[in-house]
Ligand binder design. Structure first.
Ligand SMILES: Cc1cc2nc3c(=O)[nH]c(=O)nc-3n(C[C@H](O)[C@H](O)[C@H](O)COP(=O)(O)O)c2cc1C
Length: 203
């Protein structure tokens, strides 16, 4: 049972969340977990101006997801930073290259799930995940979120990401805030939850 985690991350917040999602998925017996990134589309000079050159040196070591890997996965968990309340362009571009898989119905009946990150607490995390779900539904995927059985998404004693739509983290306006323990716990929960459902669907 293959669980694919495929993401884009400019500064590393989504990459850190992806590691936690993978940890959670690996807890499920029989799960083979693959972590991949989508191709970069921004020119190097723009990345440098965005202050992300150093982070990208590290993040670009993660292998780029192939269409074969996407098509052969039993479950796919997508990670994207919020861009104007939507998924990032790199992820959109990646999805727009999946027409061949769509024609074959390669993802029909497979679990699909999304996690995200935003600068501001109310900067569009929910709209990013919910609008992403539209693409998953066009592929015929079974949309999976982060159920309220992960109770800590409702914590009021600290600022935290996490919603029934999926795990999230808040990076802060300057990107200085890395995912908190609670947000990482939500990501692990989502990974385990999706892998558990994928195992049931694959049976
Ligand atoms: C072009 C652009 C648009 C963005 N739009 C939003 C937004 O709508 N709401 C928000 O809270 N943060 C926004 N951000 C901040 C990013 O979401 C934040 O940098 C990202 O979540 C950090 O994740 P990463 O380190 O994995 O890239 C935007 C950033 C950029 C560069």
């Amino acid at each position: 049972m293959k669980v694919l985690i495929v993401y884009y991350s400019l500064y590393g917040h989504i990459a850190r969340m992806a590691e936690a999602v993978a940890e959670g998925a690996r807890e499920v017996g029989g799960a083979e977990v693959l972590v991949r990134r989508v191709p970069e589309t921004l020119p190097a000079e723009v990345i440098a101006k965005m202050g992300a050159a150093e982070a990208q040196n590290e993040l670009s070591k993660v292998p780029v997801c192939t269409m074969d890997e996407l098509g052969s996965a039993d479950a796919v968990i997508f990670g994207t930073p919020t861009r104007f309340g939507n998924m990032c362009g790199q992820m959109r571009q990646f999805l727009d290259a999946t027409g061949g898989l769509w024609m074959k119905g390669a993802l029909v009946g497979k679990a699909g799930s999304v996690f995200t990150s935003s600068g501001a607490q109310h900067g569009g995390q929910e709209s990013t995940i919910l609008t992403f779900h539209v693409s998953l539904l066009h592929h015929g995927m079974v949309v999976v979120g982060l159920p309220y059985s992960f109770k800590e998404q409702g914590r009021m004693d600290e600022i935290t990401g996490g919603s029934p739509y999926g795990a999230t983290t808040i990076a802060g306006g300057d990107g200085a805030r890395m995912p908190s323990e609670n947000e990482l716990a939500g990501a692990r929960f989502q990974g385990k939850h999706v892998a558990t459902i994928a195992a049931k669907l694959a049976r």
